[in-house]
Write a protein that binds this ligand. Structure first.
Ligand code: ATP
Length: 251
């Protein structure tokens, strides 16, 4: 991922291909792995999760990524967020990103929620003083005041998602990347998250990339949609047109 500040685009995905190497046979132990490696008998199948994908997003645009299971949406978001490096091509991102991907990946589940708020906040670049000042706000948004001193290993996945979303959105980011991870939250929390995302959008400054299997949610939040199917970019255009075409595929 490269950053630079001299263009009209917040995100540029330029001819990105992502190749995963998958072992072509099942190996049962590390010993077996090393023996095969030494004998040059270790073979991999290449799997192309993204194939020559290009699209550009302007600041303030709200773009939904749609596609069936395993099509490459999360992989695309991870390449844009810099979590994965593209095998070919590049992503240019201008501005700070709040990546709500794999919520809680930055947590140490042995630690309490309070400790994790400081840890995760530091990973997101917030100072200790800033977190002190916003701690209560984070806990209030997550609606978990009675659980702040409990180790997070005892949290449900929805509770982890609540804390993670509350921390990541305590300030308005330039670019918000939202994966389906929010779907583990209950319907009330999902609506609350959607309202916070919508308030960022209404302010007009945030660029949003959004993945959801709920086409209705994509149509409600996004103005444009990019359809990725089995690693190929199938369609990119106004949200209604793309979602209609996506739905028609299964009709
Ligand atoms: N680390 C990895 N190693 C090998 N293959 C991977 C890896 N990550 C993803 N894949 C494969 O890449 C493909 C795309 O996965 P991805 O998670 O991006 O799909 P998705 O569109 O987000 O799917 P879903 O809608 O089910 O969440 C899948 O076939 C998946 O098995």
């Amino acid at each position: 991922m490269a950053t630079n500040n001299s263009s009209e685009y917040a995100i540029e995905v330029n001819d990105v291909t992502m190749i995963f190497n998958m072992a072509s046979e099942q190996l049962n132990s590390l010993k077996e792995y090393f023996i095969k490696l030494m004998k040059h008998e270790l073979f991999f199948n290449e799997f192309r999760a993204l194939k020559h994908i290009s699209f550009k997003v302007k600041p303030g645009e709200v773009v939904g990524l749609v596609g069936t299971n395993g099509s490459g949406k999360s992989t695309m978001l991870k390449v844009i967020a810099g979590v994965l490096e593209a095998s070919e091509g590049e992503c240019v991102v201008r501005g700070n990103i709040a990546p709500l991907i794999e919520l809680g990946a930055g947590f140490d589940l042995e630690l309490t929620a309070r400790e994790n708020i400081y840890l995760n906040g530091a990973l997101l670049g917030y100072t200790e003083k800033f977190i002190d000042e916003h701690f209560q706000e984070i806990v209030d948004f997550a609606e978990l005041p009675d659980f702040v001193d409990m180790p997070m290993k005892n949290f449900s996945s929805g509770m982890v998602a609540r804390i993670a979303f509350a921390i990541a959105t305590i300030t308005e980011p330039d670019i918000l990347i939202v994966d389906e991870t929010l779907s583990v939250g209950d319907v009330f929390f999902q609506e609350k998250c959607e309202r916070r995302i919508q308030s960022f959008i209404d302010n007009g400054n945030v660029t949003v990339l959004f993945v959801s299997h709920s086409i209705e949610q994509v149509e409600r939040i996004c103005t444009r949609a990019v359809w990725i199917e089995k690693g190929d970019l199938r369609m990119d255009g106004p949200v209604r047109e793309v979602c209609d075409a996506y739905r028609a595929q299964f009709a």
